[in-house]
Design a protein around this ligand. Structure first.
Ligand code: ZN
Length: 273
């Protein structure tokens, strides 16, 4: 198959399969038939530090270690200034980082020149992310829960293609941008994010599948966080995505804990006051 055709076919497949990420309209069908109230946010809870896994469960490879204290960290006496993104547009081939943690969002985009720190097969994730993912999937399987990868790395070009297809589909650029990450604004370009599901139920209904429940309760143990929790759209810039998990490393992820509504922005002191 000619490459051009393959690329187009792949992109169309992703459009059909993904509905985009961050890209599922609020009115997207919920195959699990869940009532909207099931997604109502609960007050953020303080993670139980005592439930932290033993160090023997840490994935190989160093986790990003905080080098400074953000304003929202536990144990902080005085608020510290909100970290500022001082990159010029030409410097957006590197991610904005806080405490060594890359942040890619609508507020902190990257450009097409961004390069992942390493690349693994088959999903194009960074090697450390893939190692952690492999461990997490195995742990879920041991518990009788099947996790399947729906999407891993996506390039700047592919994200641009997805958005323009959605603009044509919706007939409205405003609407398309509301539900689809623009190129450079998707975490998938970093190789640190992965969309997971059970292979059956997609959309917000993922939240109430065994896979979705298991992930929300356990992903932090493997260094992943639910990146776009329900009710935090004004902070993250994206609607609730129960399938989108971001790798942070077990150290930072421990601060989130099970079933957390905390956002990366809050953790790093980037959330609006
Ligand atoms: Zn995603």
């Amino acid at each position: 198959m000619p490459l051009r055709h393959l690329v187009r076919t792949t992109a169309i497949g992703i459009l059909i399969a993904l509905a985009g990420c961050a890209a599922v309209p609020a009115g997207a069908p919920s195959p699990a038939g869940t009532a909207p109230t099931a997604f109502s946010p609960a007050p953020p809870s303080t993670p139980a530090q005592s439930s932290a896994p033993p160090s023997t469960t840490s994935p190989s490879g160093p986790a990003p270690q905080p080098t400074a204290t953000g304003s929202s960290r536990p144990g902080t006496d005085a608020p510290t200034p909100k970290p500022r993104d001082r990159r010029t547009s030409a410097q957006r081939n590197r991610a904005f980082t806080v405490d060594g943690i890359p942040v890619v969002s609508k507020q902190h985009p990257i450009n097409a020149g961004y390069r992942r720190s390493s690349i693994s097969s088959p999903y194009g994730l960074t090697r450390e992310t893939q190692r952690a993912l492999t461990r997490m999937i195995a742990a879920a399987r041991a518990g009788g829960v099947r996790l399947r990868v729906r999407s891993g790395y996506r390039s700047y070009a592919l994200q641009a293609q997805i958005l323009s297809s959605k603009i044509r589909e919706y007939g409205s650029e405003t609407l398309a941008r509301r539900y689809n990450a623009a190129p450079g604004r998707s975490e998938h370009q970093t190789g640190l994010a992965v969309d997971l599901w059970d292979g059956v139920t997609w959309g917000v209904g993922v939240r109430n599948t065994r896979a979705g429940r298991w992930l929300w309760a356990n992903a932090w143990r493997y260094g992943f966080i639910l990146r776009y929790p329900a009710g935090k759209e004004t902070i993250t810039g994206y609607a609730f995505e129960p399938w989108h998990y971001r790798y942070l490393g077990t150290g930072p992820a421990r601060a989130f804990g099970p079933n957390s509504y905390r956002t990366l922005e809050e953790y790093l002191g980037l959330a609006p006051a």
